[in-house]
Design a protein around this ligand. Structure first.
Ligand SMILES: *[C@@H]1O[C@H](CO)[C@@H](O)[C@H](O)[C@H]1NC(C)=O
Ligand SMILES: *[C@@H]1O[C@H](CO)[C@@H](O)[C@H](O)[C@H]1NC(C)=O
Ligand SMILES: *[C@@H]1O[C@H](CO)[C@@H](O)[C@H](O)[C@H]1NC(C)=O
Length: 633
C-alpha cells in the first residue's frame, strides 16, 4: 500500500519516523528508550505524479456534497412532508405542520437529512412495546415531565435545569411525555449488536406510509407525572447497571461479531507505548486524510483505538446497561443507544465554551499558529495508563523540544524502532506496511540518510505549535496542577481564554472525558477548527467535513500533514492560506445559519414529536396528513 507518495523532502524522510518516534520517546520515557519498540503511524502522502494534494480532492468532494445537500432543501410544508415520507418511509408525526411553522418562523434551513440522527436513535424503539417505553421513562431517576403543554422537573441538577429551560421555550407545542435524562458525562447504553439486529428487523416491519384515511392525528394524554416517592411499577425492566471500569469490554459488544473490535486481542497493559496501527484507518481515509467522518468515529474497524482513547481505557465513571431504555443525553459513541439532545452546555452557553467575544477577529490579524489549552482529561489517567490517552499524545506531538529529541534518537538508533504486532495480524495479512518503522514502505534507509536534517521537524513544530495542559489531572492528591508521573513530560501552562485563542489561525479540538464543549465556539469563530473525535452529537449530519471544518484521524497521524497543507511546511513551502480562510469562514457562516439556539429547538421539537409518537399505543396509525388533498395521495 503506497502510503508514502512524494511529500516534500524533509517531511518525506522524517515525518513518518517522527510521528511514532516522538510517541515512543515521550511515552516510554528516556531511560527505557533503547529497548522498547513501538508501532508508528505513516504520514499521509501526496498523490503520485498529479501534483495535487489529497486534501485538494477532499475539499472538492466536500463542496460538491454540500451543494447537493443544499439543493435538497425544502421551503413549503407540502415539499417538506414529501421529503419526510421519502426519507423516513412513514407518515410525518402529528404536529408536523406546527413543527414546520416553527422552523419557518425561526428561519431554519430545512433539509430532511439534518434530522437523520433522530431516526437513527429512535428506530429501535419501534420494536419495544410503547407501554414499556413510557414506564421506563416515568420511573427513571432523573426526568422532565410534560403535561398539558407545561414542562417540569423535580431535579435541580444543573444540566437538567438547562434542558428544562430549552424545552420550556417550545412546551406549548409538545404533547404529554416523560423524558429520562442521563446526568453523567458518559453515555449509558450499549445494546449488544446481536440484540440490536433483532430490534431493527422488528422495527423495519412497522415502517410503512399509513393510508391517510386510517391516520390518527392526535397524541395520547398521560396520567400525572410520578411523584418522587411513589412506588415503582413492578413491570419495570429494572436494568442491570454494569460498572466495569475497562469500558472497551462493554463498548465493543455494540460492534458486529466479525469486526476487528470483537476479534482482536484485548489490551490490558497500558503501561507500554500503544500500537498505532494505521491500516485500520484505511477504510475511512483518502491517502491518509479522513474522508468519511461518520466512519472515522466508529471504532468497530479500528481495534487499536482501544489503547488510544481514554474513554475506552478508563472513563471517570461507568454505569452501563445492555437494555434498550429511552434515555436522553448530550453525546455518545457510535455504539451507544442513548437518544441525543443538543448538549445542555450549548444552551445559553457560557463564554468559557462559546468564546463569543473575539470570535470575529479578521483572518489577516491572526497568527500562523495552532493553539490548544486544556486539562489532561479523557478519563481517569494513572501512572500505568496515561500513555493511552489522546490528549497526552497530542500535547506530546506538539512539543517542539520533545520532537527534536525524538528525531535525534531515531537517527542515532533506527534499529530500535522495530514494531510489535500485538496480535492484530496486520503483517500476516499482508497489510504490515502501516505498522513497522517504515522499513516495509522503504523509508528505513532514507531515515538513516537524514542525519543532517535531524532537529528540523522539532524546530518546525516549535515554530507554530502552542499546545499545553493547564492541569495534569493527577491520580494522586497533592500535586495539583502538576503530577508526579506525567510532570517530567508535560509542563503546566497558563490558560488562554477562548477569545484570545481566536488570535491563532488553527484550533485543534480533541475529546476530553466525552465530547469537546468548545467545538461550537470554534465553528462560530473565524479560526479553522481541526477536529478529532469519537463522539456523536445532534448536529453531525448538518456539518460537512472539509467544507465547514477539518477532520482529523483519532491517531493524529495526519496532524502534521494538515498543518503543512494549511500553514506551510518546514522547508519553507507556503501553506494554502486562502483554503484555510475559506473553510474557517464557511464554518462560521454555516454555524450562524444551522447551529443557532433556534436550530437546536427545531431539532428538539422534531425529536420530541417523534418520541411521543413511538411511545404511544396507536403509533402505527398516527401521523400528519394535512397535505393529502393537496398532494393527491
Ligand atoms: C461512510 O461510511 C459509511 C459506513 O461504511 C457508509 O455507509 C457511507 O456511505 C460512507 N459515506 C461516504 C460519503 O462515503
Ligand atoms: C506519586 O505520589 C504518590 C502519592 O504520594 C505515590 O504513591 C506514587 O508512588 C508517586 N509516583 C511516582 C512515580 O513518584
Ligand atoms: C516539552 O517536553 C519537554 C521534554 O519532555 C518537557 O520538559 C516540557 O515540559 C514539555 N513542554 C510542555 C509544554 O508540555
Amino acid at each position: 500500500m503506497a502510503i508514502h507518495r512524494r511529500p516534500s523532502t524533509v517531511l518525506r524522510y522524517l515525518l513518518p519516523a517522527i510521528v511514532f518516534t516522538l510517541l515512543f520517546y515521550v511515552l516510554s520515557g528516556p531511560r527505557s528508550f533503547s529497548r522498547r519498540p513501538l508501532a508508528f503511524s505513516p504520514l499521509p502522502g501526496r498523490k503520485h505524479g498529479a501534483g495535487a494534494h489529497p486534501i485538494d480532492d477532499l475539499i472538492q468532494t466536500a463542496e460538491h456534497e454540500f451543494a447537493q445537500q443544499i439543493a435538497r432543501s425544502t421551503t413549503t410544508l407540502a415539499e417538506s412532508a414529501a421529503a419526510y415520507r421519502k426519507r423516513r418511509g412513514r407518515q410525518p408525526p402529528p404536529g408536523f405542520d406546527k413543527w414546520f411553522e416553527f422552523a419557518k418562523q425561526t428561519n431554519a434551513v430545512i433539509v430532511e437529512d439534518f434530522w437523520d440522527q433522530i431516526y437513527h436513535d429512535l428506530e429501535p424503539f419501534w420494536a419495544l412495546p410503547p407501554s414499556d417505553i413510557r414506564t421506563d421513562a416515568r420511573e427513571f431517576e432523573m426526568r422532565i415531565a410534560i403535561r398539558n403543554g407545561k414542562a417540569s422537573t423535580s431535579s435541580d441538577w444543573f444540566w437538567t435545569q438547562s434542558w428544562l429551560q430549552m424545552i420550556q421555550t417550545i412546551e406549548h407545542l409538545l404533547p404529554d411525555m416523560d423524558l429520562a435524562l442521563n446526568a453523567m458525562d458518559e453515555p449509558r447504553l450499549v445494546v449488544p449488536w446481536e440484540d440490536m439486529e433483532i430490534l431493527m428487523q422488528q422495527a423495519a416491519k412497522t415502517r410503512k406510509v399509513t393510508n391517510p384515511k386510517r391516520v390518527v392525528s392526535t397524541f395520547q394524554k398521560l396520567p400525572k407525572p410520578r411523584e418522587e416517592d411513589s412506588p415503582m411499577d413492578t413491570k419495570t425492566h429494572n436494568p442491570q447497571w454494569e460498572d466495569e471500569k475497562h469500558y472497551w469490554l462493554l463498548a465493543r459488544r455494540g460492534c458486529p461479531p466479525s469486526s476487528p473490535a470483537r476479534t482482536a486481542p484485548v489490551t490490558t497493559d497500558f503501561s507500554q507505548p500503544p500500537t498505532i496501527a494505521s491500516p485500520f484507518s484505511l477504510a475511512h481515509t483518502h491517502h491518509g486524510y479522513v474522508a468519511n467522518t461518520s466512519l472515522s468515529t466508529t471504532f468497530c474497524h479500528q481495534p487499536d483505538l482501544q489503547a488510544l482513547q481514554g474513554i475506552l481505557v478508563r472513563p471517570i465513571s461507568t454505569a452501563t446497561t445492555a437494555a434498550l431504555l429511552p434515555l436522553f443525553g448530550g453525546s455518545k459513541l457510535a455504539v451507544n443507544n442513548d437518544i441525543l439532545l443538543p448538549a445542555a452546555m450549548y444552551w445559553r452557553g457560557e463564554d468559557r465554551f462559546l468564546g463569543a467575544a473575539g470570535a470575529a477577529v479578521p483572518w489577516r490579524a491572526k497568527a500562523d499558529r495552532a493553539v490548544w489549552r486544556g486539562v489532561a482529561t479523557g478519563g481517569e489517567n494513572t501512572a500505568d495508563n496515561w500513555r493511552a490517552f489522546q490528549r497526552h499524545r497530542f500535547v506530546a506531538m506538539n512539543n517542539g523540544t520533545a520532537v527534536a529529541r525524538a528525531e535525534a534518537a531515531v537517527v542515532q538508533r533506527p534499529e530500535n524502532f522495530v514494531l510489535p504486532d500485538r496480535g492484530y495480524g496486520l503483517r500476516a495479512g499482508g497489510a504490515g506496511t502501516g505498522t513497522g518503522t517504515g522499513t516495509g514502505t522503504g523509508t528505513g534507509t532514507e531515515m538513516e540518510t537524514e542525519t543532517e536534517t535531524a532537529g528540523s521537524l522539532g524546530r518546525w513544530v516549535g515554530g507554530w505549535a502552542d499546545v499545553a495542559f493547564t492541569d495534569l489531572m493527577c491520580a494522586h492528591d497533592g500535586f495539583w496542577p502538576g503530577c508526579n508521573y506525567t510532570g517530567e513530560h508535560f509542563a503546566v501552562a497558563q490558560e488562554i481564554p477562548l477569545a484570545e485563542q481566536f488570535g491563532s489561525k488553527v484550533l485543534p479540538d480533541l475529546d476530553g472525558n466525552s465530547f469537546s464543549g468548545r467545538y461550537l465556539g470554534f465553528l462560530r469563530s473565524t479560526s479553522l477548527p481541526v477536529k478529532a473525535t469519537l463522539w456523536r452529537e445532534w448536529h453531525d449530519s448538518r456539518l460537512v467535513a472539509w467544507k465547514h471544518f477539518v477532520p482529523m484521524d483519532n491517531r493524529f497521524g495526519d496532524w502534521y500533514g494538515i498543518v503543512e497543507y494549511f500553514l506551510g511546511g518546514p522547508d519553507g513551502k507556503a501553506g494554502r492560506d486562502e483554503a484555510a480562510e475559506r473553510i474557517a469562514m464557511a464554518g462560521r457562516e454555516w454555524a450562524a445559519m444551522v447551529l443557532r439556539e433556534e436550530d437546536m429547538l427545531v431539532y428538539v421539537l422534531r425529536l420530541l414529536l417523534e418520541y411521543a409518537r413511538v411511545s404511544d399505543d396507536r403509533r402505527e396509525v398516527m401521523g400528519w396528513v394535512g397535505d393529502v388533498g393537496e398532494m393527491g395521495i
